[in-house]
Design a protein around this ligand. Structure first.
Ligand code: PHE
Length: 344
């Protein structure tokens, strides 16, 4: 019996050694260590033996069982590692392959240009002021020297909600609101960016809704040259150091004197070409010295304080800066247009 166990052990070890698959190994486990296996069989015979022989058979069969199960366990680990290695080989990731590009969002060109202009003025000590888009006739017109029936009201065809409420036609009412908040005390140095609305038919150069950035400075001893220096700095920073500005007399009810500000044409630098209709200049914004009546209505003493104001359309600035041919591009959200302006 003992000899038999020894040879069974040898055969089992050989079988285990040669085994290639976990499934096959499980079968061997059942075959040698299972209830109907040779070791169990040997143990069943023990009851018929005398004490000495029983002891010996018990010892040997336990040893055999231990040897075989250890061998199976080791083999099992070996086979499992092989499976893992095989998997690692097949699942190999080539980290040097180029990755798929993820589409990242970005600020819209309108926001980019507004931010750029804001940053520029913040750098000059301005702060940002905002106001409501639904305005009263009072702030949108009256406080800006445009009493009811004033012909200049027609310059800004408006969307009225009621007799007294309208969608603001410009950001100038934020000037009026800011002045009142100051309680007659300077200095004021603000820019007011925001959406404005006019009853225009949309085409390449008009939109019923667009943006404006209003600027207002009030202090003692403010003159037209402060306005000119500020706008010159702004233009050179936005369009380039080689660009010049020119003031042309104009009219706004809330400024006196009023000017239209032009910048030298990007294409011909002032000599005249088709882009600037041979004038050498392109209009970029309206400005002027705050009208004494507007200062008074805003609570400032025009004998003590003076101010300048300007109003520009950021879309127009972007149009001139990047050569965009249709203002509707800003509002139709065609990604092919938007994605060209990933400027940051
Ligand atoms: N509010 C004017 C407009 O909408 C622009 C402007 C602002 C002009 C301030 C002069 C001074 O046309």
């Amino acid at each position: 019996m003992l000899k038999q166990l020894k040879s069974i052990c040898e055969i089992a070890l050989k079988d285990i050694e040669e085994c290639q698959e976990i499934k096959q190994l499980n079968e061997l486990r059942v075959k040698y260590l299972g209830k109907k296996g040779p070791i169990q069989e040997a143990m069943k015979m023990m009851k018929d033996l005398d004490t000495e022989a029983r002891k010996e058979l018990g010892l040997v069969s336990n040893e055999t069982k231990f040897t075989i199960s250890t061998a199976i366990e080791n083999k099992q680990k070996e086979l499992e590692n092989l499976v893992i290695e095989e998997q690692l080989k097949n699942d190999f990731i080539d980290v040097t392959l180029p990755s798929r590009k993820r589409a990242l969002g970005q600020a819209h060109l309108t926001n980019q240009i507004i931010t750029e202009i804001e940053d520029l003025f913040i750098g000059m000590g301005y702060s940002i002021a905002e106001g409501p888009e639904i305005e009263t006739d009072h702030y949108n017109f009256e406080m800006l020297n445009l009493p009811k029936g004033h012909p200049a009201r027609d310059m800004q065809d408006s969307f009225y909600i009621t007799e007294e409420l309208l969608l603001r036609t410009h950001t100038s009412p934020v000037q009026a609101r800011t002045m009142l908040k100051q309680g007659g005390k300077g200095p004021v140095k603000i820019i007011c960016p925001g959406k404005v609305y006019r009853r225009d038919d949309d085409d390449a150069t008009h939109s019923h809704q667009f943006f404006q950035i209003e600027g207002l400075v009030i202090d003692k001893n403010i003159t037209m040259s402060d306005l000119k220096g500020t706008l010159e700095y702004f233009v050179k920073k936005i369009f380039g150091e080689n660009r010049e500005i020119r003031f042309r007399p104009s009219f706004f009810p809330f400024t006196e004197p009023s000017v239209e500000v032009d910048v030298t044409c990007a294409k011909c630098s002032g000599s005249g070409c088709s882009m600037c209709k041979n004038s050498g200049y392109i209009e970029i914004l309206g400005a002027g010295m705050v009208h004494p009546d507007v200062l008074k209505m805003g609570g400032f003493d025009p004998e003590v304080y003076q101010g300048f104001a300007f109003g520009m359309g950021p879309e127009r600035i972007a149009i001139l800066k990047y050569g965009i041919d249709d203002i509707r591009q800003f509002y139709t959200n065609d990604l092919r247009f938007n994605n060209q302006f990933n400027l940051k």
